[in-house]
Write a protein that binds this ligand. Structure first.
Ligand SMILES: [Zn+2]
Length: 300
């Protein structure tokens, strides 16, 4: 066991910052002026687990949160990727525990769960951002885009001068606006479908991981934030990937990520086989809608 992972994650995070800075080219000059005037900066702390927040024009990231994000990205990316690989050769039998690398996938998930409560050491011989295998490398790239999206979401609240003491409906509108502004910075019309997929993987997973961060499913919808499932599917639509293969890949990544969450919460929806990814995602959206309806009926 070791704590070296902190240094490894900090190194990875520094690379993310370079990627964020590189996006400055896509930012309109008005917004750039504003962040320079406000001296907007990024801070990193090693306090207790906390999601990203803004204070005094600083966007604060938390080390445990970054480790959690990497572990969750590793889990969900590999879960989806391995299943899709088996599906392509018709070998997927629905048994997630028999997936190649299942041990690492589920270990990282458990480790992430504990990280939310305790800063625990990383275990040697387990996946790590400085490992050379393909799974870890793709997880790193996906991590950069996931964290960049979280950054640009918070950044958007600042440059769009959003207010916190406003009505619930204004808060909701601001959240949607922050997502759209962040998406428009990170995704360009001119990006080819494979580039969109690579960036989109990070964006969609960052939102799917929100499902795992909330403590109870009731928090999936609130009056001040868009429903998490709506955010995920809006982002998927925004990508607008046309080519069949990358488009199917993304739809399946999203459905499997949501599916993982649903199964983990013990709801009755099995890991479904790949017949038609559109109808599969419709059934997942329907599932979330049913749960939300059930919860709102319960509250009455
Ligand atoms: Zn927000």
């Amino acid at each position: 066991m070791n704590y070296e992972i902190d240094d490894i994650i900090v190194k990875l995070f520094k690379k993310t910052i370079l990627i964020i800075l590189n996006y400055n080219k896509q930012i309109c000059s008005e917004q750039l002026d504003l962040i320079q005037r406000k001296k907007l900066s990024i801070a990193l702390n090693d306090n207790k687990f906390r999601t990203t927040y803004v204070k005094y024009d600083k966007i604060h990231f938390n080390l445990s949160f970054l480790k959690y994000m990497w572990a969750m990205i590793y889990t969900l990316f590999n879960f989806s990727h391995k299943i899709q690989k088996l599906e392509s050769t018709n070998k997927w039998d629905g048994n997630a525990l028999a997936l190649p690398g299942a041990h690492n996938i589920f270990f990282m998930k458990k480790w992430a769960n504990i990280l939310k409560m305790n800063n625990i050491p990383w275990f040697e011989n387990y996946p790590s951002p400085d490992a050379e295998d393909e799974e870890s490398k793709v997880s790193n790239t996906t991590f950069h885009f996931a964290i960049a999206f979280i950054y640009f979401h918070e950044y958007s609240h600042i440059v769009l001068e959003h207010k916190s003491s406003v009505t619930e409906s204004v808060l909701l509108a601001q959240e949607k606006e922050a997502d759209i502004n962040a998406l428009s910075i990170m995704i360009s019309e001119n990006d080819d479908d494979y580039k969109k997929r690579s960036i989109g993987k990070g964006i969609c997973l960052s939102m799917i991981i929100q499902l795992f961060i909330i403590d109870e499913i009731a928090m999936i919808s609130s009056k001040t934030h868009p429903d998490i499932d709506h955010r995920i599917y809006n982002a998927l639509d925004y990508l607008n990937i046309k080519e069949r293969y990358p488009s199917e890949y993304m739809k399946r990544l999203v459905s499997l990520g949501c599916n993982f969450f649903i199964i983990e919460n013990d709801y009755k929806l099995k890991v479904q086989r790949h017949e038609n990814s559109d109808s599969l995602n419709e059934s997942i959206m329907q599932f979330f809608d049913d749960i939300k309806k059930e919860l709102s009926d319960y509250k009455k």
